[in-house]
Design a binder for this molecule. Sequence first.
Ligand code: FAD
Length: 345
Amino acid sequence: DAEDGDPEARALAAKLAAYRGVWVFVEQTEGEPARVSWELMGKGRELADTLGVPLSAVVIGSHVEELCYHSFCYGADQAYLVDEPVFRHYRTEAYLKAVCRLIENYQPEIVLMGATGLGRDLAGAVATVVGTGLTADCTGLGIDDRRNLMQTRPAFGGNIMATIMCDKFRPQMATVRPHVMPLPERVEGKSGPVIRVASGVKEEEMLTKVLAVVSDRNRDHVDVAGAEFIVSGGRGMMGKENFVLLQELADELGGVVGASRSAVDAGWMPHERQVGQTGKTVRPKIYIACGISGAIQHLVGMQDSDLIIAINRDPDAPIFEVAHLGIVGDLFQVVPALTERLRSL
Ligand code: FAD
């Protein structure tokens, strides 16, 4: 400890203290921001206020200055902007260089990114190059009494929650999945300084080139993670053909159909619909779990839903421990009856 006079500890404390401020990487595709960036801005604001340091948005892309202003509306005090044609499409090598240069020059103590495909790729590469740690897929972030970031995430297959700290390196880096943190309220008309930074990245030095962007038409485009109403089915559905019952109920609610991993593994639903630790994290207004037992790996993906309704014929199923409303019964009777009732309203 610095206080006990150990010179090594004092040197470490001085090294760590040189890093200051909380950063949120603002992910975008063709200028369209990822919602998770604003969710992180809300959490970043809380962390920055606890530490008494500024909250910065990191905006990288081509023609993306507008995103700095959106960042202010979601709580950022200032924004670092790297706006050059070379960043039009995401490429690890280009973005990696830009983020590492920013970190070297401005030394933040915390860097947060969304645990999206892009964020997972970039965060791991950045942490490796700058020589720090990274906690992926955090579900909770806080500050301890020594100003360290406490990063909580499920471990050992979701059976325990681990709190991880990076107390010897800076910056402290974490990724958080979409929909884990609530979206902060947007306050219009806010502004702040935009710090323009040249990346030094040259197109001719890039090893990869984006020749075309082709959208995957065959993908299941149902957005389970963003849905307000979800009717999910598990092994209790007994077969693919029975999911039509859930689709009918979801249609009445204006929602979508989700699934447990067992249902996905059985081939009844595509992986895009899976809710849970290795699927999507959801936070709908209503989550109806049908024939789902409530394994911890499923619960971590849906337990923050506003209202959870469970339908299960086993009164001891663990799903009833998180459900606000429980129906003990055969889903093949209960689900059509619910749909019928909604139709008649
Ligand atoms: P079961 O546990 O078999 O439950 C079926 C339920 O249906 C039972 O409770 C039964 O009472 C009820 N039922 C049966 N028939 C009827 C009926 N006619 N009417 C009413 N109720 C009925 N799981 C996920 O869901 N998402 C994940 O992301 C995920 N990730 C995982 C990651 C790891 C590393 C591991 C090890 C596991 C993961 N799992 C995940 C799997 C998880 O542990 C469970 O195996 C899975 O969630 C169980 O799915 P289930 O509830 O559909 O099936």
